[in-house]
Structures are given as C-alpha cells and as structure tokens.
Design a protein around this ligand. Structure first.
Ligand SMILES: Nc1ncnc2c1ncn2[C@@H]1O[C@H](COP(=O)(O)OP(=O)(O)OP(=O)(O)O)[C@@H](O)[C@H]1O
Ligand SMILES: [Mg+2]
Length: 346
C-alpha cells in the first residue's frame, strides 16, 4: 500500500480568470495535516476565490486542487473523488434560510453531511455552547445580529466534525469578545488535530493562531512560511524617533542625507524604504523620523547615541513601532509600492 502523505490540501498552479481579471494566478500551496494556515491579503487579493475553488464552488481556469482521502491518497477535487476527508466551509457572509432556527439549520447541515443521527442532538447542543448561542437555539435566524449569524456560520462549518475546516474571514462582524472566542475555538480544534485554512484581514488575530501565513496580493502568492521565517526575510527593522520641534521642510532633503551618512554603519544591511535606497523618512504630521536599520540590538543604542551626540535634533521619544510583526511583513511585502505615499519624500 502506498505511504500516506501528510499533505492534506495542495493547490497546484491554480489560476482563476474572470474574463480579463486574473483573480488568482499560478497559486501553489501545500497544507499539512494539523496545521492552521492563514491566508492574508488586501481586498480583491483572491482569498475568497481561492477558498471557493477549494470548496468546489468555482472551477479553476487552470491547475488543480488535491485533497486527501481516507486512505491517505491525494485526489483531484475536480474529478468526482470518492471518500475525501470531510471538510467544513464558511464562505463570505453566510446567508441562511432566515425562517429557520439555529437548531433546525444545524440539524439540516449535519444531515446533509451525513452526521450520525444517534449523536446529533448532543452535537448540536455542544456546538451551540461552543459558539455561545445556546439561548438562541430555538429562535429564528432572521432576528439574529450580524455577529450571531457569523457565529452560526462557524457552527455550521464544524457541526459534522470535519477534518478540514475552511473559513473565509471568520471574524468579520465580530466584537472583540467574540473574536477571542473564535480564536479559542480554533485553538481547541487544532488540539483535536483538525487542519484549518482561514483568510483574514485581521493580522493580529491571524498571527495569534496560525502556524504559517500565506500572503497573497493581486492573485499571486507573495510569501508562505511561519512567522519566524517571514521575519527572517524582512532582515531589517524600524525605529521611530519623535521630535520635539519639526524639521524644516525646505532643508529636509539635505538634513536627511546628512543623517543617513552619520547612521550609515547601522543602515547598510537594512532594507530601504525607496528604490533610491533611502533608509530614513520623515513624517511631518507625526514629527517622526522613521529609520530602517539592520535590526541588531546594539545598533539601536548606537543610533540613539549618534542622534544625541552628533545632531541637534530634539528627541522626544525613541521607539520601535507597536505594529504587530505581521503588519510589518504585510506592509513591507504588499504595500511597498504605496507605503510611502503619505510621507514626505526626499
Ligand atoms: N464572480 C466574479 N466575477 C468577476 N470578477 C470576480 C468575481 N469574483 C471575484 N472577482 C474578482 O477577483 C478578484 C479577487 O476577488 P476575491 O473576492 O477573491 O478577493 P478577496 O481577497 O476575497 O477580497 P476581500 O478581502 O475584499 O474579500 C477581484 O478583483 C474581484 O473583483
Ligand atoms: Mg473575500
């Protein structure tokens, strides 16, 4: 018998075109059993399209998607595969039959997915408890709030105890408490060895739960890896320096050039903000200098020392920005082209 593969989902050269629009372009992605993978990207990046193809709602223009079956073999989902591992999906904002109750809907979905009748009542109660909708069990969905519908969407995706759970923006419309609840549910599901593939704009949330992040932009996979792996790719880091008095804008270019020369030993191996190799930017609104340095802890200290001793800048605060690591990665990889548009160029 062939050896079971720990790959559970594989996107192979997937392209999806809508007329002239390439929603997804040559996407290759390999997901292993038990992983939580986050798909991150701006609006229109191709997240929902990718997920819809995995759900077999959309057919790829080119390429194939393979999913593991109960014998450990990968099968092309476009070829009417048999006995694939069970999947559960939450895609877009769920639209339910609003005249039904949560109980009726979950029962319907569970039966559709052939969940055994014997345990069904218990299972519905367990899931409603998990998503904190027990009191709403016999209420019609039409009176649910957006967040409650979203939680019911998650319940529907997992009611039949699937091995693979695919969630498109599961935290949309949820308040902070509900977002924490979803994060806890995802962690519980992971501890049950489920494989989870989710998309999100909420970078913080995704970095908290995911083992690996796939960053997509304009249909293309920009990066795929664990957070430490992505961090390594970034190499350099940013320091911000808030000034007491603003810099004179008419001399900005010269001042920044001089500053760049003084700090050059610590900037050399850092990523630049611009194609011209600028490592220092000035934001006149925040009165902030932004410095991309080589990321070494000792450099931080030496940069501060140089700024104090060798310039007449009046420094109010010196800090590393509080954006999450992932936001930094995301900004650096996706928004490079427009990340400096609101900042004075020199
Ligand atoms: N049915 C469709 N017909 C035509 N174009 C489509 C269709 N569905 C998606 N697109 C286009 O494909 C691209 C990717 O859309 P998609 O919905 O996958 O993005 P997304 O990453 O999910 O964005 P969002 O964060 O806004 O949900 C967009 O340019 C979108 O306009
Ligand atoms: Mg989407």
């Amino acid at each position: 018998m062939p050896k079971p593969n720990s790959t559970i989902i594989r996107f192979e050269n997937i392209t999806k075109e809508f007329g002239p629009i390439k929603a997804v372009e040559n996407l290759n992605l390999e997901i292993h059993e038990g992983e939580i993978i986050g798909l991150v990207g701006p609006n229109g990046a191709g997240k929902t399209t990718s997920i819809k193809m995995l759900a077999n709602i959309l057919r790829p223009t080119r390429g194939k998607i393979l999913v593991k079956d109960d014998r450990g073999q990968l099968q092309d989902i476009a070829t009417e595969p048999k006995n694939l591992l069970k999947s559960g999906f939450l895609i877009d904002i769920p639209s339910f039959y609003e005249g039904l109750t949560a109980y009726e809907l979950l029962k319907y979905f569970a039966k559709l997915q052939k969940y055994p009748d014997g345990n069904l009542e218990e299972r519905i109660d367990e899931i409603l408890k998990m998503v904190e909708l027990v009191e709403w069990k016999h209420q019609k969905v039409k009176i649910y709030s957006k967040g409650m519908k979203q939680k019911l969407g998650l319940a529907q995706a997992i009611i039949h105890d699937p091995d693979i759970i695919v969630l498109d923006e599961p935290q949309t419309g949820l308040d902070p408490k509900a977002r924490i609840l979803v994060r806890e549910i995802l962690k519980d599901l992971q501890s049950e060895a489920k494989t989870i593939f989710l998309s999100s704009h909420m970078l913080y949330e995704i970095s908290e739960v995911c083992d690996k992040i796939a960053i997509i932009d304009e249909g293309k996979l920009m990066e795929f890896g664990s957070i430490p792996e992505l961090e390594k790719k970034l190499r350099s880091q940013e320091i911000r320096c808030e000034l007491l008095a603003p810099l004179e804008l008419e001399h900005l270019s010269t001042s920044l050039k001089e500053l760049e020369e003084k700090l050059s030993p610590y900037l050399e191996n850092a990523e630049a903000y611009t194609d011209l190799g600028h490592h220092i930017l000035y934001d006149p609104f925040e009165r902030n200098l932004k410095i991309q340095y080589d990321g070494k802890p000792e450099s931080q200290n030496l940069i501060l020392e140089t700024l104090i001793k060798e310039t007449d800048l009046k420094i109010k605060a010196f800090f590393t920005p509080k954006t999450t690591l992932l936001e930094k990665i995301y900004t650096s990889m996706i928004s490079k082209k427009d990340s400096i548009k609101d900042i004075d160029k020199y």
